[in-house]
Write a protein that binds this ligand. Structure first.
Ligand SMILES: NC(=O)c1ccc[n+]([C@@H]2O[C@H](COP(=O)([O-])OP(=O)(O)OC[C@H]3O[C@@H](n4cnc5c(N)ncnc54)[C@H](O)[C@@H]3O)[C@@H](O)[C@H]2O)c1
Length: 261
């Protein structure tokens, strides 16, 4: 299998997209290490699912905004499954609040988890790969909103814009070591963060769907498929790239007036 012998680490790995990525990379032969804020007990059904498919897997409760905790997690993963060489910083949170109402605490929390957490994980993993000569892959989970402002989720937009530049600076810095760094940028996925926002505001779902040029939202497994594409050993030239998969949403520039009220 394509990813046999490799270990993948996925933050926010119990979320909808994180689980889909675990299944996709695991299905291609990688051992899977996931972390999340949730308890071991909450993780158990997913671990059982992975293991029933013959996938080696472990779960750790880790807050990615704590750099020491991230380091310790990667130490533990290295000791049990081997040095991680497929690095997927995926954990994120979002607050629905305009930039006028955003509190310093909300701002810091989103930047800490979505951007700082992704950096801590990528940096720590990159050092390990360099030290052992592994030519791994880092695939950040960004978003179309990293370059299209949305007035209802300002801190999230800024965090994803940061992911975009983090992808580029890391890609350039790590290229001589053979480590490729890219970003998958989904549009609205019918899962996770968006699905919960649509549950809270059911009328937004239909309005938003009409705004997607292809008139369809993507599903979590489609994001996972693109992550796997960027992890494919045959994909040797893409680095510093954004794999945009937003059904054309970003072609419709500007904020969505329907989602600000
Ligand atoms: N759902 C969408 O429409 C969509 C669109 C574009 C991008 N994304 C991105 O996809 C990724 C996954 O999001 P999702 O939609 O599956 O959401 P989700 O809420 O289902 O998953 C996110 C996971 O991250 C975990 N998490 C939160 N804070 C954490 C922390 N400090 N440390 C460790 N884990 C933490 C959560 O517990 C959760 O399990 C995110 O990066 C998100 O920005 C999602």
């Amino acid at each position: 299998m394509q990813l046999e012998g490799k270990t993948a680490v996925i933050s926010g790995g119990l979320g909808d997209i994180g689980r889909a990525i675990g299944l996709e990379l695991g299905g291609r032969g990688a051992a899977i290490a996931i972390c999340d804020l949730k308890s071991e007990e909450q993780a158990r059904p997913f671990l059982v699912d992975l293991k029933s498919k013959g996938i080696s897997a472990r779960y750790d409760q880790v807050d990615v905004s704590d750099p020491d905790a991230v380091n310790t997690w990667l130490d533990d993963v290295t000791n049990s499954l081997g040095i991680p060489e497929l690095i997927i910083p995926n954990a994120a949170v979002v607050s629905l609040v305009t930039v006028r109402e955003l509190t310093p605490e909300q701002w810091k929390r989103e930047l800490n988890i979505n951007l700082d957490g992704a950096f801590f994980m990528a940096q720590s993993a990159a050092k390990r790969m360099i030290a052992s000569g592994l030519k791994g892959r880092i695939v950040f989970i960004g978003s179309w909103v990293g370059f299209t402002p949305q007035t209802h989720i300002p801190a999230y937009c800024v965090s994803k814009a940061g992911i975009r530049m983090l992808t580029k600076v890391l890609a350039l810095d790590l290229a001589p070591f053979g480590i490729l760094v890219n970003e998958v940028a989904p549009g609205n996925v019918d899962a996770g963060l968006s699905a919960r926002i649509f549950e809270m505001n059911p009328e937004w779902r239909e309005r938003n769907l009409k705004r997607v040029p292809i008139l369809e939202m993507s599903e979590a497994h489609e994001v996972a498929y693109q992550v796997a594409h960027l992890c494919d050993p045959a994909n040797r030239q893409m680095t510093g790239s954004v794999l945009l998969m937003d059904g054309g949403l970003s072609l419709m520039s500007g904020p969505n007036p329907d989602m600000t009220d």
